[in-house]
Design a protein around this ligand. Structure first.
Ligand code: URA
Length: 270
C-alpha cells in the first residue's frame, strides 16, 4: 500500500513530534509501506469537471480520468496509430491519463537498450526499483536478466547493435504492490506495445513470463510455452521464464539456459 503525508485541516503546522509519529504508525498499521509524494492529495477535493468534459478529440480524451466511460483501449489504439517515432510514442504514454496505475507511479518506464537491437525483450511491468529509476529491469530480476543475456554475448549497453538488446514492458507503470496487471490494463496498454515493436522492428522477440505471453499471444502457461518458437506480431518470439521466477526457482535456470541457446542459434542463422 502507498502512503502519503497527512493534511488534517489546520494541523500541518501544529503537529508535534509524538502526534506525527502516531499518525505515521497508524498509516503503517493500515499497510502503507511506501511514501510516494511529499504532499498529500485530498481526492475528495479534486474537481470532477473532467468527468463532464465533452470528449471532442483525442487530446481531450487523453486528459480525461479513468471514470469517464471512455473506451480506453480504443483511444489507445487511436493515439498509438498516429505515432511516427519512438520519441512520440514515449510522449504519448506520458500524456495518457486513462490508466489508474499512472497516478500511483513515479515514472513512466518506457524502455532501455539500443532500439537498433535485433532482440527486443518484453517484460511485465516495472517494480519498485524500476519505478524509482525510470528504467525497465534494473532491480534484482533485471540484474539476473543482464547476466543471462550477457552469457550469450548480448547486453543493453553494447555499442554494437548486433550485440545489443532492447527492453520494454507490457505496462509502463508500476502496479501497486507489484500485483499482476489486470486484463483491462493489458488491453489498454497493448496498442502502445504493438506500436513499440512496429517502430523498433527487431528480428526476434523475447516474451518474459506469463503476462507478456498473455498480452502478445493471448495465451498463458509459460512452463509449456517456453522453449518453443512462436509467432507474435509476425515475428519469431521465444517465451521464457521471467527472471523473477528464476530467482525464486533457481532450478529452472537450466531451461532458461536452453532457451537462451535457442535464441543465440536463431540469431546466427538469420
Ligand atoms: N519485472 C518486469 O517484468 N519488468 C521490469 O521492468 C522489472 C521487473
Amino acid at each position: 500500500m502507498i502512503g502519503a503525508g497527512f493534511t488534517l485541516a489546520g494541523m500541518e503546522s501544529e503537529l508535534d513530534f509524538h502526534s506525527a509519529k502516531a499518525l505515521l504508525e497508524w498509516q503503517v498499521e493500515l499497510g502503507a509501506d511506501e511514501a510516494i509524494c511529499e504532499q498529500p492529495v485530498n481526492r475528495y477535493e479534486l474537481p470532477d469537471t473532467v468527468v463532464k468534459k465533452p470528449v471532442a478529440n483525442v487530446a481531450a480524451i487523453a486528459d480525461a480520468p479513468a471514470d469517464t466511460g471512455v473506451d480506453a483501449a480504443a483511444l489507445a489504439r487511436q493515439i498509438a496509430g498516429g505515432v511516427a517515432d519512438l520519441g512520440a510514442l514515449k510522449q504519448a504514454l506520458e500524456d495518457f491519463e486513462l490508466c489508474e496505475l499512472k497516478r500511483g507511479a513515479k515514472s513512466t518506464v518506457f524502455a532501455d537498450g539500443n532500439p537498433d537491437a535485433r532482440v527486443m525483450i518484453i517484460g511485465e511491468a516495472p517494480g519498485r526499483d524500476e519505478d524509482i529509476q525510470g528504467l525497465p529491469f534494473v532491480g534484482r530480476a533485471g540484474q539476473l536478466l543482464d547476466k543471462m543475456f550477457g552469457a550469450i554475448g548480448l547486453s543493453r549497453d553494447a555499442p554494437d547493435s548486433a550485440a545489443c538488446i532492447y527492453i520494454t514492458n507490457i505496462l509502463p507503470w508500476r502496479p501497486p504492490q507489484n500485483r499482476e496487471p489486470t486484463p483491462d490494463e493489458i488491453a489498454m496498454l497493448l496498442p502502445f506495445v504493438k506500436k513499440h515493436v512496429e517502430l523498433v522492428k527487431p528480428d526476434l522477440l523475447v516474451l518474459m513470463g506469463n503476462t507478456s505471453c498473455q498480452a502478445m499471444l493471448g495465451r498463458k502457461g509459460i512452463t509449456r510455452l517456453r522453449g518453443n518458437w512462436v509467432s507474435a506480431l509476425g515475428l519469431p518470439a521465444m517465451p521464457m521464464f521471467h527472471p523473477a521466477y528464476l530467482l525464486r526457482n533457481p532450478i529452472a535456470k537450466r531451461e532458461a539456459w536452453h532457451d537462451l541457446l535457442m535464441l543465440q542459434a536463431k540469431l546466427r542463422e538469420k
